[in-house]
Design a protein around this ligand. Structure first.
Ligand SMILES: Nc1ncnc2c1ncn2[C@@H]1O[C@H](COP(=O)(O)OP(=O)(O)OP(=O)(O)O)[C@@H](O)[C@H]1O
Ligand SMILES: [Mg+2]
Length: 376
């Protein structure tokens, strides 16, 4: 099916749905993404540890899978561990396993993810959230290539390629004493930096085509064309949530479009971030809180779940719960425009010190956010 615009220039006429240029599932042909793909191909063959960094939604997980799939270990397991999603107390046993009776709930022996990934790759996602204590244990595993399941008498040899990812600035965490420098150097053997979407705008047409096709198929819709100016307007956006945000924008447009043409209105991201030209007041604290509210509302609007919104904002789901308790007038269930576009009133942000007692403050993380705010 040819994708033809209703007027010239909206879409290169030669492009057709279903012929997306991608390698390893990574759609795009900009210089920046081509360099990333080249680097993946160079490092895939080696067994060296890879550290993937980049903002949220840039495609770090796709890159991690590509490193594994491009390697000789491709038939062997690729095991993912999201270090931010597993409570700290369980993460050690999740990674290294435990023997029956090692702790109260250890009713059976359990193999850890390192053992499951043996001869393949382990993907340690969101490594920047790992506690310093566990970092020390991970460092030992990387140095000695041995794991010690909790309660076990003997260590086990493992041959696993480690691929780690983070959207945090690990060097800064090292500087702040929150990430072990030795571990950082061990992980950062081969760095791959995935650039933000705003630095590879040339990928937008191809990504849009890919996501239109994907979501039209999933929703049983037929989309023939994009209105003139759709791609141009998407190129103007800042994309803080990167490719994930672009995909969500296109999915929403496909779902809400009734005809066969996606209009500029349907992909409108105008007002999405609504940065005020005039700040609500000159009180710095009030403005910071205003910006927090606007950001949280925006993240909720472009996400399908609270966890995803937290990820977009680079905070943990628990920190998001803290903020939702701090700003109880934000309704996470109302994820649509009216919840987002309206900037919070100054009245809204008054009295916000009264955080509800159910919200468990995530002290370290919140303190880190506050600290970053003071040091930027
Ligand atoms: N170049 C791309 N081509 C196609 N899809 C992409 C591309 N980059 C990202 N995506 C899609 O965007 C979404 C986000 O990508 P991914 O989960 O890899 O991001 P991430 O960098 O790991 O984000 P986070 O830091 O929030 O975990 C996924 O659905 C992924 O398939
Ligand atoms: Mg990820």
């Amino acid at each position: 099916m040819k994708l033809v615009s209703n007027s010239r220039g909206a879409w290169p006429q030669s492009m057709t749905f279903g012929q997306h240029f991608h390698r390893y599932g990574i759609v795009g042909r900009s210089r920046a993404i081509t360099q990333v793909i080249r680097r993946i191909e160079l490092v895939a063959a080696a067994r060296s540890t890879v550290l993937i960094t980049g903002e949220t939604g840039t495609g770090k997980e796709l890159v991690a899978r590509a490193v594994h799939n491009g390697s000789a270990q491709q038939p062997m397991p690729f095991v993912k561990v999201n270090c931010a999603a597993i409570p700290e107390t369980l993460l050690e046993s999740e990674l290294f396993g435990h023997v029956k009776g090692a702790f109260t709930d250890a009713t059976a022996t359990k193999r850890g993810k390192f053992a499951l990934a043996n001869l393949g790759s382990i993907f340690l996602d969101e490594i920047g959230t790992m506690s310093v204590g566990l970092q020390a244990k991970l460092l030992r595993v990387l140095q000695e290539r041995e794991i010690e399941p909790l309660g076990a008498e003997r260590a086990e040899h493992v041959d696993v390629r480690v691929i780690a990812a983070t959207n945090r600035d690990l060097r800064r965490l090292v500087g702040d004493g929150r990430f072990q420098d030795d571990l950082f150097y061990r992980l950062n053997v081969i760095p791959i930096v995935v650039p933000p979407l705003r630095e590879r705008l040339d990928d937008i047409p191809m990504l849009v085509e890919y996501f239109v096709d994907k979501h039209a198929t999933q929703n049983g819709k037929r989309i023939d064309a994009l209105e003139e100016g759709v791609v141009a307007s998407l190129r103007e956006h800042h994309w803080p949530g990167n490719v994930r945000e672009l995909e969500n924008t296109i999915e929403r447009a496909v779902v809400l479009t009734t005809g066969a043409v996606i209009t500029r209105e349907a992909v409108s991201v105008e007002g999405a971030l609504r940065v005020p030209t005039a700040v609500p007041s000159l009180k710095l604290r009030e403005n910071v809180e205003w910006a927090e509210c606007a950001t949280i509302r925006r993240a909720l609007e472009i996400s399908t779940a609270k966890q995803q919104a937290a990820r977009l904002m680079g905070i943990s789901p628990r920190a998001l719960s803290y903020y939702l308790a701090k700003y109880p007038f934000i309704d996470p269930g109302r994820t649509h425009r009216d919840n987002v576009i309206a900037a919070p009133d100054r009245a809204d942000v008054r009295g916000i010190d009264k955080v509800s007692p159910e919200a468990e403050p995530v002290e370290d993380e919140i303190a880190a956010i506050e600290h970053d705010r003071l040091t930027v």
